[in-house]
Design a protein around this ligand. Structure first.
Ligand code: C2E
Ligand code: MG
Ligand code: MG
Length: 448
């Protein structure tokens, strides 16, 4: 009987036994509602790294050691269980309020400050802990799920900490799941579209290309901005099919511009790629498919990667970038200046363009002007192009010209527009460009 309800590796109760004990606590609370108890959901941070680096045998020793430390932290009557993998739970009974449960979590975390000695290896590990209070009206399963949600919140907060579950957390999770379901529907029912925002030459105002930007207009509600739904798509994996669709659609659009609005160099399209898609095994295949199906000149495609993505896993990033370069597409670093690029990597990666983040352009005080000018100088020395983002005022435009910035994008020139407005924009831009130059961009620093 013991073996059937206990984990073989640690000898701790398993999930079923734990849930049974938790349910009896919940049932008891129905008769004695003033009693309080809590569940701690404990997950070892980055446990996978131990398995990957030292092998599963060492991983198993760590799990056993963790179970011993948990036992040492608990009074004899607390139930500790192993849920599976690197997840443990603790049932803390007879407490006065949540602060008692938090104190137990802190005790557990403090016990992880000492290193683990695993067959001669000294390894430091931390844990993330979610805490949920029991209540007479919440089933054992639901309490466990609440503690699990709080544990994920602790991971999001940067790991090695505890979080107490509250109702808003539950609401946020439910809202996210709802948005995820709606997004799945949106992808299948063509509720997603691309808008295109012009990128122009700073000196003449002539359009050089467009950035493709996702738009979502659900049939029964207001439009939802990419800053809301892209992170959800990234979390649930939907970003991969969405982003493959973006690649295909934007490449087809760029191929049609080539025919309808020939230019030298041809108009290009900038396509944002999230790190989840960039590091996905199918990514290069998706780019190839989009290029082949559209028959677009790969030189007209610029992949925009955010700066922090590029620096995440330098070796893998460099390899994928080189594959893209072999396909003939160009690369730009988006939101440049907000991440943590090592300048030497900028030289090593096959990058073509830096996009100066709009935060530097928005408030062009003396300090930000100096930053913009420095980025432009850096780009010139490395033979890279520069696009300033978020240009909204003629003064910002003038200062960008003064700093020697080659290209710009922003509401001053045009907001993102649907594909069927691009033609009208190009034609009017061709009639008007050059006028900016003729009017003359004032060459003084007055107004900084
Ligand atoms: P981003 O790539 O930096 O795109 C520029 C954002 O700045 C766009 O916001 C654009 O509408 C906005 N913008 C352009 N000019 C101005 C201006 O003058 N003033 C201000 N205040 N904003 C301006 P949007 O379209 O809301 O997109 C936000 C972010 O969502 C993008 O930032 C990008 O990171 C992401 N995103 C958009 N489309 C895609 C996509 O197809 N795939 C992925 N992975 N991410 C996307
Ligand atoms: Mg971008
Ligand atoms: Mg940007």
């Amino acid at each position: 009987m013991f073996n059937a309800t206990h984990d073989a590796l640690t000898g701790l109760p398993d999930r079923v036994l734990f849930l049974g004990r938790l349910q009896s606590v919940v049932d008891r609370m129905k008769r004695h509602p003033h009693e309080a108890a809590a569940v701690l959901f404990i997950d070892i941070d980055d446990f996978k790294v131990v398995n990957d680096c030292y092998g599963h045998a060492i991983g198993d020793v760590l799990i056993k050691e963790v179970s011993n430390r948990l036992r040492a932290c608990m009074r004899s009557d607390g139930t500790i269980a192993r849920m599976g993998g690197d997840e443990f739970t603790v049932l803390v009974e007879d407490i006065a309020d949540p602060s008692d449960a938090i104190r137990v979590a802190e005790r557990i975390q403090a016990s992880f400050e000492r290193p683990f000695l695993l067959e001669g290896l000294e390894i430091f590990k931390s844990t993330s802990i979610g805490v949920a209070m029991t209540s007479p009206v919440t089933s054992a399963e639901a309490v466990l799920q609440n503690a699990d949600i709080a544990m994920y919140r602790a991971k999001d907060q940067g790991k090695a900490c505890s979080e107490l579950f509250d109702r808003t957390m539950h609401e946020q999770v439910m809202n996210r799941l709802l948005l995820e379901a709606k997004l799945r529907y949106a992808l299948q029912n063509e509720e997603l579209t691309l808008h295109y925002q012009p990128i122009v030459a700073v000196d003449t105002g002539a359009v050089q290309g467009f950035e493709a930007l996702l738009r979502w207009q659900p049939s029964e509600s207001n439009s939802i901005p990419p800053s809301t739904f892209v992170p959800v798509a990234e979390q649930c994996g939907l970003i991969v099919p969405i982003s493959a669709w973006v690649l295909k659609t934007a490449c087809l659009e760029a191929a049609s511009w080539r025919q309808r609005y020939p230019a030298d160099p041809p108009l290009y399209v900038g396509i944002n790629i999230s790190s989840k898609h960039f590091s996905h095994a199918g990514f290069i295949g998706h780019v190839k498919d989009a290029l082949e199906q559209s028959a677009v000149d790969p030189q007209c495609i610029t992949i925009e990667l955010t700066e922090s993505l590029a620096m995440n896993d330098v070796a893998a990033t460099g390899q994928t970038m080189s594959q893209l370069r072999t396909l003939g597409v160009k690369l730009s670093i988006d939101d440049f200046g907000t991440g943590y690029s090592s300048l030497s990597y900028l030289r090593r990666f096959p990058v073509d363009t830096l996009k100066i983040d709009q935060s530097f352009v928005k408030t062009m005080d003396a300090e930000n002007y100096a930053i913009v000018k420095t980025i432009v100088g850096l780009a010139r020395n490395l033979d890279l192009k520069v696009v300033a983002e978020g240009v909204e005022t003629p003064n910002q435009h003038r200062l960008l010209a003064l700093a020697g910035c080659g290209s710009a994008q922003g509401f001053l020139f045009a907001e993102p527009m649907p594909a069927n407005s691009v033609g009208v924009f190009i034609e009017s831009n061709r009639r008007n460009s050059g006028q900016t130059e003729q009017k003359g961009l004032a060459r003084s620093t007055a107004g900084l």
